[in-house]
Write a protein that binds this ligand. Structure first.
Ligand SMILES: [Mn+2]
Length: 313
């Protein structure tokens, strides 16, 4: 991938030293089972981002002025395991630099690495997993780093809360906590689902957003589109509540599988990403229980500190 600035922003906002935000592209599609092409996701996301207005009407903000550094893509793909390790290392490297770290996939197996990094750095982490699929298999097609296993490790090590689920194998039930699982068919008839999800979250929240959580009517360009997904404004309303009430420490967006003719999904992914950043940096966190961190200072309750590590760049 060519080196460029995220969303074509001016150099002064794109340098690592000045940036509060880092975006790491992971163009990986080693284990997808049906439609291939998630490796083209980050490039399509970046192309769409360059054609997007950078003023957010809702928050009246220009979040790019916080600085967004586009990291080199993680291109390791010798094996699913080595890819996960490379994502883990790269993600952690930037968390330790006190950046707000975001990752763009690639298929969902990359999240095994992102979750591992955030879980090592933040206490009592919730993984808020928004997806059509449970992704709770311990192993699939010979690897525990398959996209179908993306959340298995999170289910063991973190407070995993799953939202939008509408497709799974019976065997995944054994790894599922039903109090923390929000099925799409229940959400469709429960007007209180957002509040009920919020009750399950700890203060530190990492969001893993699989784009197939969204309805295929607005997000057709994904590897495994499933009917009955979330729509745009309910998704934003929900995310805004999460950013208002919790300390969101980072997020990934995965499974953009671009279609050469219809670019609307690429644009949706770009806009969703920018909306999440806009919420993160313009909304004051409401929760009184989180009284010892300042606005936008995600790292006060981190497990590790800078001096424990000696990274070169
Ligand atoms: Mn999925």
């Amino acid at each position: 991938m060519n080196k460029r600035n995220y969303a074509g922003i001016p150099d002064q906002y794109a340098k690592l030293e000045n940036a509060k935000i880092v975006v790491i592209p992971v163009p990986y599609d080693g284990t997808s089972t049906w439609q291939k092409g998630a490796d083209k996701g980050p490039e399509a996301f970046l192309d769409a981002s360059e054609n997007m207005e950078l003023f957010d009407i809702e928050t009246k903000s220009e979040v790019y002025k916080e600085g967004v550094y586009l990291a080199d893509a993680v291109e390791e793909d010798n094996s699913p395991e080595s890819m996960v390790e490379a994502v883990h290392e790269t993600t952690k490297k930037y968390i330790i630099k006190n950046k707000f770290v975001t990752i763009i996939g690639g298929e969902h197996s990359i999240s095994i690495g992102t979750v591992r990094a955030f879980d090592e750095c933040f206490n009592n982490l919730t993984v808020l997993h928004i997806d059509a699929h449970a992704d709770l298999r311990k192993e699939y097609e010979g690897s525990s780093c398959n996209h179908a296993c993306a959340m298995y490790e999170a289910s063991l090590n973190t407070n995993l809360v799953q939202v939008g689920i509408r497709s799974m194998d019976k065997s995944e039930m054994s790894s599922m906590n039903l109090d923390k699982t929000f099925f799409a068919h229940d959400m469709a008839i429960n007007e209180y689902w957002m509040d009920e999800v919020l009750e399950q979250l700890t203060d530190n929240v990492f969001i893993s957003f699989d784009l197939d959580a969204l309805d295929p009517s607005i997000m057709p360009s994904t590897g495994t589109p499933e009917p009955g997904g979330l729509l745009w404004y309910e998704t934003l309303e929900f995310l805004k509540l999460v950013f208002e009430q919790k300390n969101v420490v980072g997020f990934d967006i995965v499974e953009l599988c671009p279609n050469e003719i219809d670019k609307s999904s690429d644009f949706l992914a770009a806009k969703l990403y920018y909306k999440m950043l806009s919420y993160k940096f313009s909304i004051e966190v409401e929760d009184d229980e989180v009284d010892d961190f300042e606005e936008n200072d995600a790292h006060v309750i981190m497990k590790v500190k800078d001096d424990d590590y000696d990274y070169e760049s």
